[in-house]
Design a protein around this ligand. Structure first.
Ligand SMILES: [Fe+2]
Ligand SMILES: [Fe+2]
Length: 133
């Protein structure tokens, strides 16, 4: 998965973080494509999870700052991401999960960035969200 202009939300900081997030995912895809060991892939997944934690924390802080009405729903989507990722990692003890992992990450990222994150970005960019000027 590579960054595409259609993923852009028009907020530079968020776009930069999404580029990094997709970059982490791209590294996982590449490691799987090369047939690297699960420990190598697991390390890259841990890096992605750490970055996702940082990114989600930034987004949720902005949502509070800009009084975003769907904060609770959006935060639940972020929490669900970690839950599913943890389940996939747990399953990796018993079975090959590479395909499941790649499919989950690709679908989640595409849907979340162009759907939920865009909704938040539009709220910020609409100006209705500016609480202090
Ligand atoms: Fe995001
Ligand atoms: Fe988000």
């Amino acid at each position: 998965m590579h960054w595409r202009n259609e993923y852009s939300l028009g907020i530079v900081e968020l776009d930069d973080q999404h580029k990094q997030l997709i970059g982490h995912f791209g590294a996982i895809e590449e490691a799987i494509r090369q047939g690297q060991s699960w420990s190598s892939i697991y390390f890259l997944v841990a890096e992605l999870r750490d970055f996702a934690r940082f990114h989600f924390t930034c987004e949720e802080a902005l949502m509070r700052l800009f009084d975003f009405p769907d904060l609770r729903l959006h935060t639940a989507e972020h929490a669900h991401f970690f839950k599913v990722l943890a389940e996939i990692e747990k399953n990796s003890i018993n079975k090959a999960i590479e395909r499941e992992l790649v499919e989950f990450l690709r679908v989640w990222m595409t849907k979340h960035i162009v759907g939920s994150d865009r909704g938040f970005a539009q709220h910020v960019l609409s100006g209705a969200a500016v609480v202090c000027s």
